[in-house]
Design a protein around this ligand. Structure first.
Ligand SMILES: [Zn+2]
Length: 257
């Protein structure tokens, strides 16, 4: 009986996981979602093109992002100006696969064909978050260069500390290279939405690490929410009447299921 119950539980759990929406159980695979993962291990196809791109109304260039991210960027830049009097500028938002391929090939030529050296600086095509329309390279107007010095500017420090308020996270922090596969980039911010950004910011770990923990929590919650897998109170055994007939026994068993 307990074996049957175990099998029933496993079957129920299996069908539940299969029937759960993909973007609930595996948000990192939902290419329209805010938690879509793109890095050197999880690359997007050349055809991948996000929907709802628009130019953010901020100073700078290459200002296209997904609608929701563009609105959040405008809010963040305005808040930085109000709180620090520094003007942030967009340096590079959405980049298509072809654009990334061009940048990568130029870098490859400049380092005499060394893939290892090229990838220290530039993501190969398909491995850049910029293709998602959810990333923005940010500079400060008075110091617009994309290098580690941005992280020491007033605007750079403010953005790192406050980006989560607007749904962004710093994607490639110092010391995370072995997990993210990218060097420290104080200018690269990724939009994940306000629903998640505080949790990720507070965790102080790379997006990849947080995603793995988040997924475990989602799966655990899915399994716990199934009544069958919850510890059940012991079923009350029906009192056995002395001299009960086999027919009565089978009826009792049927009713207890
Ligand atoms: Zn970037």
């Amino acid at each position: 009986m307990s074996l049957l119950r175990t099998i029933a539980s496993l079957l129920a759990a299996g069908s539940m996981l299969i029937s759960a929406p993909l973007n609930t159980a595996a948000p990192q695979n939902d290419f329209n979602g805010r938690l879509f993962l793109c890095n050197r291990q999880f690359m997007v196809s050349p055809e991948y093109m996000p929907e709802n791109l628009r130019s953010a109304d901020v100073p700078g260039q290459v200002r296209r992002m997904r609608e929701e991210a563009a609105a959040a960027l405008e809010e963040m830049f305005a808040a930085c100006k109000a709180e620090t009097n520094k003007t942030l500028i967009s340096v590079s938002g959405f980049r298509s696969y072809a654009t990334q391929q061009g940048i990568y090939r130029r870098k490859l030529r400049s380092v005499k064909g060394s893939v290892e050296r090229a990838q220290q600086y530039v993501a190969p095509p398909g491995a850049s978050e910029h293709q998602l329309g959810l990333a923005m390279d940010i500079g400060q107007k008075s110091d617009p260069h994309l290098n580690a010095s941005f992280g020491k500017t007033k605007g750079g420090i403010w953005t790192r500390e406050n980006c989560w308020r607007f749904g962004f996270i710093l994607r490639y922090n110092e010391g995370w290279e072995s997990v993210t596969g990218y060097n420290y980039e104080p200018w690269h911010f990724r939009y994940v939405g306000k629903e998640y950004s505080k949790s990720i910011h507070d965790a102080g770990v790379p997006f990849e690490t947080w995603l793995a923990e988040h997924r475990t929590a989602l799966l655990t919650e899915l399994i716990r929410s199934d009544r069958i897998l919850r510890p059940q109170p012991p079923a009350e055994e029906p009192a056995q009447m002395p001299g009960a007939t086999p027919e009565a026994d089978s009826k009792t068993e049927a009713e207890s299921k």
